[in-house]
Design a binder for this molecule. Structure first.
Ligand code: SF4
Ligand code: SF4
Length: 410
């Protein structure tokens, strides 16, 4: 980023430009921001981010600029703004508490798009962009490894392609496909569906990254080819439904892909918690006892972004013997696990700090298990619990349901 570089405000919608002016500086969002709470860097706060971008805009387009010409924004200011904008988990908690209803999460994404165009973003994102372009996954692994998690299954699920058709497709996502620590999530869902007699297929090497890491990095145009490929592969398999265990993939498929394509997908997109809830209602799952104190952590992209709060709670409450505990912050006020917004790439230490605070809330209600419905929340919380040597297990909801199904008859 060179000093005096003009910033492109075309990344902001008219409504977002109005929102920059709507902030009353009340400061309510500051109290609720999980990363500001840990790091105390004012550039993270919604108030400061909005104030800075408003100032940048006035320098380029305000009355003074029209009378005497635009004034440049110094590179150092942009760098500070970039640091705060990329230390945000995009959890969306600030939107819930904002008294003037500023739709913050899309606003932060617009800021990231602007920063990427200005060349002011963490270098690691360029590496991730290039890895996804080369291998179609965010780890840069050969994409043919996507089914490694199924190697130990008695009956690995069929993969689409070569004429294989499927009414239900399970889109596994990069994290569960390629991080061994998360393999047990697709293994659990696959075994649940098999035991319930629900036919399904996976995409194998046909599955490309959904593009979410690029979209939230501010590089959304690089996600367009991924969207077209994935949707085409699912349509070619004749699918009527697509299920995912990842809330970010879910949001991307359900909300972002139709916007990118400019047309409906032609099939339904559901999250695994909705499918589990449905199978339980239809009495297609038989659950054994699971005698532990369990709390539920709402993933940001499943809860605040997608509005799904009750299905996972119904699933957990239907498990015999399970004692459900609600944490201090839950539903739309839930604390983030720290693992969102690509912060793990920009500032991994900050992620651990937020995760420890969430685990402390789970311990305060004496939970033995903290359950989420997201592979990234599970990875983040389990990693922090291990690092701190805390006596609490972090599991995905598919894992706990599969465990209860295996306890049937005991
Ligand atoms: S989205 Fe979350 S982390 Fe980002 S500014 Fe809002 S409250 Fe803070
Ligand atoms: S809560 Fe809303 S109005 Fe208040 S400072 Fe934050 S963004 Fe501005």
């Amino acid at each position: 980023m060179t000093a005096g570089h003009p910033l492109n405000f075309a990344h902001f919608s008219f409504k977002q430009l109005m929102e920059l002016d709507a902030c009353t500086r009340c400061g309510e969002c500051i109290i609720w921001c999980p990363t500001y709470t840990e790091k105390k860097d004012e550039h993270i706060t919604p108030l400061k981010k909005i104030e800075q971008v408003r100032r940048f805009a006035h320098r380029q387009y305000g009355l003074w600029a029209r009378l005497f010409g635009p004034r440049p924004t110094a590179g150092a200011e942009i760098t500070e703004h970039s640091r705060g904008t990329y230390d945000c988990t995009l959890c969306g908690r600030c939107r819930v508490v904002c008294p003037v209803h500023i739709d913050t999460r899309p606003l932060w994404l617009a800021m990231r798009e602007q920063l990427v165009e200005a060349g002011a973003f963490p270098e690691i994102f360029a590496q991730v962009r290039d890895r996804i372009a080369a291998e179609h996954n965010n780890l840069g692994e050969p994409n043919s490894n996507r089914l490694a998690w199924a190697d130990n299954l008695e009956e690995p699920p069929p993969a689409v392609g070569a004429g294989q058709l499927a009414e239900l497709i399970y889109f596994v996502g990069c994290v569960s496909s390629l991080y061994p620590m998360a393999y047990s999530i697709p293994q659990s869902l696959s075994q649940i569906l098999r035991r319930a007699g629900v036919p399904f297929a996976v995409m194998g090497a046909q599955e490309w990254c959904c593009g979410f890491p690029l979209i939230i990095a501010g590089m959304s145009r690089h996600a367009e080819e991924l969207a077209r490929h994935n949707v085409e592969a699912v349509r070619a398999a004749g699918a009527k439904r697509l299920v995912t265990t990842c809330p970010s993939c879910y949001h991307t498929w359900k909300d972002t892909y139709p916007a990118i394509l400019g047309e409906p997908l032609g099939f339904q997109v559901i999250h695994a918690v909705e499918l589990l809830d449905e199978l339980l209602e239809q009495q297609m799952l038989t659950l054994g006892r699971y005698e532990k104190r369990v709390t539920y952590h709402d993933p940001c992209d499943l809860g605040r972004t997608s509005g799904i709060y009750e299905a996972p709670r119904r699933v957990l409450r239907s498990i015999p013997g399970l004692a459900f505990r609600e944490m201090e912050h839950h539903h739309e006020h839930a604390l983030c696990c720290g693992g969102g917004g690509d912060v793990e790439m920009a500032d991994p230490e900050l992620v651990g700090m937020v995760a420890r605070r969430r685990l402390a809330q789970a311990q305060a209600v004496e939970a033995e298990v903290i359950v989420s419905a997201c592979q990234q929340c599970r990875r983040t919380l389990a990693g922090a619990a291990r690092k701190e040597k805390l006596r609490i297990r972090a599991l995905d909801i598919t894992e706990i349901v599969w465990e209860a199904m295996q306890n049937e008859g005991l």
